[in-house]
Design a protein around this ligand. Structure first.
Ligand code: NAD
Length: 408
């Protein structure tokens, strides 16, 4: 059992957070989230174009990256749109962990061409940038001021998503993560109106992902599912979604890693990522995200990699608080059976995560981590966890520092 080193005043803050969480939990439960129509199969992009045309929209902003343009994905989409009489304009400069500058540049293109909707064609970075653009398009205020809980008064422009990574589930989440330009601190826009109306899950678009990004993004989806599963706000619905996603990732992520062209496994990972997004969007996340976001800001660590490295350590720390749940998960995913003790079963989940990371070549140490930075990183992780997360077992600053030191 890992005993927390939290101070008396930190314990008071935890109690306060528990009260806040209760209120937030009610709010989230009541929050209406639109159903995303999911299109799959070789005709999915054509069907998406039909749906956009049927919605009486005229001009689409395609938000994407230079890579998607180079690989021809963007042309396929533009052609499908134009075959249905829809005009489109491309903004292809989205960078990983998009900044406010990225959002503003895309917004300027959207406004210049009077676009009346947006399609994101890319990973979480593209989808999040596009989400911020569609909210900023209808709300005449600085993009920065739209961060936080549903800050835009006016309804955003219609939004559609074609994810090209299988990790964030951003197509179905109510969140968009935008980084500050200079500090790279991540800011969060929470708005259920940014959930995509339609999402295309086409495995041929993720086949080009290199093995390393496949692994990191896949473990991001795993983190969403696991942090949702052990969240203080979890409920039977989020648990069922989380277990479904975890099972899918256990089975299919190693296959995608070994053979990126296995389209059946790619499709299963796309579905697992979306399911994990649905699992967490109403129950929040935990310390893996709270700490990983700081690694991104300080060292530029990719979101998926930071999550993957931290996940086994945070689950191990939390294990004694959620033993029963982890034991259930172990049985449901075939890691053990009723002849094992609850503790053995819970430990089998941690062991499985460590094995999976090893199989995926995820390092056990964080490259570039400096001991002198740890107190500062721990402080901001601590603050983030008490702002937007619902972890089952609290960590004081000293606990977070001790955990991060394991990555040196
Ligand atoms: P990403 O979108 O940053 O993409 C990672 C890299 O892969 C980029 O270089 C990209 O160009 C490349 N890439 C994307 N698709 C490719 C393909 N098919 N073939 C080859 N290369 C490809 O990575 P991500 O993990 O999908 O998204 C990370 C971002 O999403 C972070 O900013 C994170 O904070 C955010 N995020 C958002 C949510 C949410 O709910 N909104 C959830 C989790 C993470």
């Amino acid at each position: 059992m890992t005993t927390s080193k939290a101070t008396f005043s930190e314990h008071l803050q935890f109690k306060l957070h528990d009260v806040k969480l209760k209120a937030m939990g009610y709010g989230l439960k009541l929050m209406k989230i639109r159903h995303t129509h999911v299109l799959t199969g070789p005709e999915a992009i054509a069907e998406l174009a039909n749906k956009v045309a049927q919605s009486d929209l005229k001009k689409v902003l395609i938000v994407t990256t230079p890579g998607a343009v180079k690989r021809g994905y963007c042309d396929t989409l533009s052609s499908a749109l134009s075959a249905r009489g829809l005009a489109s304009v491309v903004y292809s400069e989205v960078i990983p962990d998009p900044t406010f500058t990225t959002v503003k540049a895309g917004l300027a293109v959207l406004k210049e061409h009077n676009c009346d909707c947006a399609i994101a064609l890319g990973g979480g970075s593209v989808m999040d940038a596009a989400k911020a653009m569609i909210v900023a398009a209808t709300n005449e205020q600085p993009v920065e001021s739209l961060m936080g809980m549903r800050k835009g008064k006016n309804v955003p422009l219609p939004f559609y998503a074609i994810p090209t990574t299988s990790g964030t589930g951003s197509e179905v989440t109510n969140a968009a993560v935008i980084s500050e330009d200079i500090t790279h601190i991540k800011r969060f826009m929470i708005d259920s109106r940014t959930v995509a109306k339609v999402a295309v899950l086409d495995p041929s678009l993720t086949a080009s992902l290199p093995a390393g990004i496949t692994a990191e993004t896949g473990m991001d989806a795993m983190t969403h599912a696991l942090e949702a599963y052990i969240s203080k706000l979890s409920n039977p619905e989020s648990d069922a979604l989380a277990i479904e996603a975890i099972q899918g990732i256990f089975t299919h992520l190693p296959i995608c890693f070994a053979d990126g062209n296995n389209l059946q496994a790619r499709q299963a990972m796309a579905e697992a990522s979306l399911t994990a997004g649905m699992a967490f969007r109403k129950v929040m996340l935990g310390y893996v995200h709270a700490i990983s976001h700081q690694f991104g800001a300080v060292y530029g660590t990719s979101h998926g990699l930071g999550n993957a490295i931290l996940l086994p350590l945070v689950i191990e720390y939390s294990k004694d608080t959620v033993t029963e749940k982890l034991a259930t998960l172990a049985i449901k995913t075939g890691l053990g059976n009723a002849s094992n003790t609850q503790e053995q079963l819970a430990q089998s989940v941690v062991n499985k995560l460590k094995d999976l990371n090893q199989q995926l070549n995820i390092p056990t140490k964080l490259a570039g981590l400096k001991e002198a930075d740890i107190p500062k990183i721990a402080l901001s992780s601590y603050a983030e966890a008490l702002k937007i997360h619902a972890a089952p077992k609290y960590m004081g600053k000293a606990d977070i520092e001790a955990l991060i030191k394991k990555l040196l």
